[in-house]
Design a binder for this molecule. Structure first.
Ligand SMILES: *Cc1c(COP(=O)(O)O)cnc(C)c1O
Length: 424
């Protein structure tokens, strides 16, 4: 890594823990010095030294249109000219809520927050308040943000940092959290308020739900009187206009959104049926609020983004992801590097092994086999940026043209040959 990035990282480490504001950015699991982004455009980011990368991080999902989309920038700028935060409701929040209700079948009411973490934390509190029960079932390897009750056995950065749990989370905070293996329908009893799940697990690489898993969760929740919560922070407005619920034909009681819904600004949302949502203050006794919730800039960016995501856009994005997955499989395997690239719609993962994992235990074996960091650096040196951690998905965007994908694939051939040579 070149001088400007190194200098910035040294300065950052003096004043920010680990030099970063979110752990995975520190390159801890791949080694080396992180690049600092100076600017971006479409599929590209440029670092502090002016080096260009084809970017598959895309902010871990928000960049579904690619970086710095002119329509989104214009919407933010128009909104900003009217003021940035009021502490009073605005028309933009109503329009965004109507857009979400219109897109997500079964979701009747929605509240906006400022992050995915806030959305899942609030959904858990609401589920407990609405059912009068304490228990929360989550699945190993699913990441639901950094709220205390949901950090246990999280994938993503939690797995990347090698943390087994998390210091500072009390036994009391997780006493009602039950962790179950992904892709197996757990038994529920009358103490379970909610089952929360990533309908496609995208924080342990990419692990697809096996046929019947999501349907089985729906049936188990109905039988036990528990609420089913889909954490669609990654899948929402990405797998289809109506997200994973539409794609798989399974309707949860509550949804959590983030990432795409904010178009690159800080937004999360949670919503569901009226009989659940009416437990929220000021209608009901479950308190939840936020100074910047429904922020006008964030609503403007989210609205501009969702308006550009029509059925044609999802088809195009899926075709782009398929071209990338197929091309990388040929590039890596052709060089002698055994690779599987599981894909659901536009979401893909990359595991160096022969069988796509079905749960966290299987994902860990492949994610920790030491090959990902080598491939990561071989690609980065050649101008392709994957996430700096084997537990993250790849996020091709609508700005990744066929030419950009094909350039990525030819770079991947060279990178794979270099890694194979290094491995001997
Ligand atoms: C990223 C993510 C979150 C947390 O969202 P933040 O905006 O980072 O707080 C929650 N759930 C899932 C599935 C995520 O991928």
């Amino acid at each position: 890594m070149t001088d400007a990035n190194r200098t910035l990282f040294e300065r950052a480490q003096r004043v920010i823990p680990g030099g970063v504001n979110s752990p995975v950015r520190a390159f801890g699991s791949v080694g080396g010095t992180p690049y600092f982004v100076d600017r971006s455009d479409g599929p590209y980011v440029w670092d502090a030294d002016g080096r260009r990368y084809i970017d598959y991080v895309q902010s871990y999902g928000p960049g579904i249109l690619g970086h710095a989309h002119p329509t989104v920038l214009e919407a933010i700028s128009v909104a900003a000219s009217r003021g940035t935060s009021f502490g009073a409701p605005t028309e933009a929040e109503v329009v965004m809520a109507e857009m979400v209700v219109e897109r997500i079948a079964g979701l009747e009411s929605v509240r906006f927050v400022s992050s995915g973490t806030e959305a899942t934390m609030s959904a858990v509190r609401l589920a407990r308040g609405a059912t009068g029960r304490p228990g929360i079932v989550k699945f190993a390897g699913c990441y639901h943000g950094h709220g205390d009750a949901l950090l246990a056995a999280g994938g993503s950065g939690v797995a990347n940092q090698g943390l087994t749990g998390c210091d500072g989370v009390t036994a009391g905070a997780v006493a009602d959290t039950i962790v179950a293996p992904y892709n197996v329908v757990p038994e529920l009893d009358g103490t379970v308020a909610a089952v929360i799940v990533e309908p496609v697990a995208a924080n342990m690489g990419l692990v697809a739900p096996v046929p019947g898993f999501l349907e089985g969760l729906r049936a188990a929740c109905d039988a036990a009187g528990s609420l089913l919560v889909f954490d669609e922070v990654i899948t929402g407005f990405r797998l289809a206009r109506g997200g994973a619920a539409e794609r798989f034909g399974v309707t949860p009681d509550l949804w959590c959104f983030g990432k795409v819904i904010g178009g690159g600004l800080p937004v999360g949302a949670f919503g569901g049926r009226w009989d659940v949502m009416e437990h929220l203050a000021p209608l009901g006794g479950v308190y939840q609020g936020g100074t910047l919730s429904g922020n006008p800039l964030a609503m403007a960016a989210g609205r501009a983004t969702l308006e550009l995501l029509d059925d044609e856009a999802f088809d195009r994005l899926t075709a782009t992801a398929a071209r990338l997955a197929d091309g990388l499989a040929v590039a890596f395997n052709g060089a002698g590097l055994q690779t599987v690239l599981p894909r659901v719609g536009s979401l893909l993962g990359c595991f160096f092994g022969d069988v796509a994992p079905a749960n966290f235990d299987e994902a860990k074996v492949l994610a920790d086999n030491g090959i990902y960091p080598k491939v990561f650096h071989a690609l980065l040196e050649r101008g392709v940026a994957l996430a700096p951690g084997a537990y993250e998905a790849l996020f091709p965007s609508l700005a990744h043209s066929d030419e950009v994908i094909d350039e990525t694939i030819s770079i991947a051939v060279e990178a794979a040959e270099a890694v194979v040579a290094e491995l001997g």
